[in-house]
Ligand binder design. Structure first.
Ligand code: UD1
Ligand code: MG
Length: 478
């Protein structure tokens, strides 16, 4: 391509058949909104500018684009009343005012996320080469679809597209249909859009009428694309089918990059996940969501759910590790049944075991909490050992407070650390202690009640109870 095309994304439609309170283009496939899929396709294909044509819930759709790409990075044109695809593109013309007439404009529908970016480049290239200045994607659906039909003359020249609702029975027999993706020279687009008329069954301005105009210049070029790549989403059945297809493609890509999937059909890797390193191992029912990354050789076992997590090389996440907005260091271990809430950081060789919950907790190298603990707003030094049942009492009903446990400290089982509090380096906290005051380096904190031992008490107790039972027949029934 001689210059970068502008890409328009038509996304103003209502999506009635989704039966949703959410605009169709805000529904997700593999964790990414449909509108973001279209933008990613445009950008990967080398778009200069991307203009989203929005209508239904345009404020929410724009907010999602701003959140993902930065405020204003994606231009928005508003089509407040949906009067057809031709009208949608008319609404985008003011946004193209400063573009030259020979600019190539690629037009994508916002609800077909599986389009290959290479196809967009192919479409723009075909448009550039044809004197008609218009190229489009055609497809042959495997079952009858209410798509526009491509009408050709005997020599094969494209004459027009006739919409399904406007087609004669003979025209409906045509197998080649319009997939809904176009590349057109802006000069032609400007002139031809002005000629559209709503004299059709739907009373809309059809973008597809551009094809009849291009016939006067020698005929538009149609590029055939596989139906699976171009099929759009109209209802939730389509959404699930496209989601499954997207996930198959994502998983196949990672397998080719050296990731083991024990059961690819039951492993859910979102579109924006990555990179996943060489020899990463993913067990069944693992979900990698958001912007999760996993380093070389890491092992993510059954049922683990990782959301915006960063997992370093060689980490071992045992079954049912749930890790959100957290970082797991090299060779660190979690699970089974560990819950790392946002802001957890495990340095290398740190370990969290079963039923350990963390939040804004930093465990430094080799620190471990192997069983039953809550560690929130805590800094835990290297090689510290957190016993079973340890709880950081970080919340007083009004504010959160910090617990600091320095390197090498040993926290005995069933202890509570009432924050803010610090346990010094190499100090001990005896089992069952409620720590309310700082413990100095190398010291011991102990708050348990002194133990009493009464020799022979149990023997005497049992004997007394047995005598009572023998003297009162029937007592055992109570
Ligand atoms: C369109 C094509 C049809 C093609 C089919 C493929 C026209 C007239 N017909 O039909 O030839 O076979 O796609 O899927 O173009 N949109 C707007 N504003 C509007 C109307 C639509 O932004 O006023 C957007 C929709 O949000 C959607 C896209 O344009 O993303 C396509 O619109 P849709 O109503 O689905 O067109 P189809 O009837 O499917
Ligand atoms: Mg449609």
């Amino acid at each position: 391509m001689s210059s970068k095309p502008v890409v328009l994304i038509m996304a103003a439609g209502l999506g009635t058949r989704m039966k949703s309170d959410r605009a169709k283009v805000l529904h997700e496939v593999a964790g990414r909104t449909l509108i973001a899929w279209a933008v990613e396709t445009a950008r990967t294909a080398g778009a200069g500018r991307v203009v989203a044509i929005l209508g239904h819930q345009h404020d929410k759709v724009k907010a999602s684009l701003d959140a993902r790409y930065g405020a204003g990075a994606i231009d928005v044109a508003l089509q407040l009343e949906q009067k057809g695809t031709g009208h949608a593109v008319q609404c985008a013309l003011p946004a193209l005012e400063r573009e030259p007439d020979d600019r190539i404009v690629v037009i994508l529908t916002g609800d077909a996320p599986l389009l290959d970016p290479a196809r967009v480049a192919e479409l723009a290239g075909a448009c550039e080469r044809t004197p008609a200045g218009l190229a489009l994607l055609s497809t042959v659906p495997p079952r009858p679809m209410p798509y526009g039909r491509l009408v050709r003359d005997a020599a094969g020249k494209l004459l027009k597209i006739v919409e399904h609702v406007d087609a004669t029975p003979a025209e409906r027999e045509i197998l080649d249909t319009n997939a809904g993706f176009y590349a057109v020279r802006l000069g032609h687009l400007r002139r031809d859009l002005a000629t559209l008329r709503a004299d059709n069954a739907k009373g809309e301005l059809y973008l597809t009428d551009l094809v009849a105009r291009a016939a006067e210049r020698g005929g538009a070029t149609a590029i055939d694309a596989p139906f699976d790549e171009v099929s759009g989403i109209n209802d939730r059945v389509d959404l699930a089918a496209v989601d499954a297809a997207a996930r198959r493609r994502i998983n196949a890509r990672w397998m080719r990059e050296g990731v083991t999937f024990v059961d690819p059909a039951a492993t859910y890797v979102d579109a924006d996940v990555g990179p996943l390193g060489r020899d990463v191992w993913l067990g069944p029912n693992v979900s990698l969501r958001g912007k999760t990354q996993v380093g070389d050789g890491a092992h993510v076992d059954v049922g683990s759910v990782l959301t915006d997590a960063t997992i370093a090389a060689g980490a071992h996440l045992k079954p049912y590790s749930v890790i959100t907005e957290s970082a797991v260091g090299e060779r660190a271990q979690t699970g089974p049944f560990t819950h790392c809430r946002p802001g957890t950081k495990l340095d290398e060789d740190a370990r969290l075991g079963n039923f350990v919950e963390t939040k804004k907790a930093h465990l430094m190298a080799g620190a471990k909490a192997n069983h039953l603990a809550y560690l929130g707003d805590a800094s835990i030094g290297a090689k510290a050992n957190i016993g079973a049942g340890t709880i950081t009492c970080n919340y007083d009903g009004f504010a959160k407070h910090q617990t600091t446990i320095e390197a090498g400290a040993f926290i005995g089982s069933d202890s509570q650390l009432v924050a803010p509090v610090t346990v010094g380096r190499d100090a001990y906290v005896g089992s069952g202690t409620t720590v309310t005051k700082d413990v100095p380096r190398g010291g011991l904190a102990l708050s348990r009640v002194k133990q009493v031992v009464i020799e022979g008490w149990a023997d005497r107790f049992r004997a007394a109870q047995e005598r009572r039972k023998a003297g009162k027949p029937g007592a055992s029934e109570h």
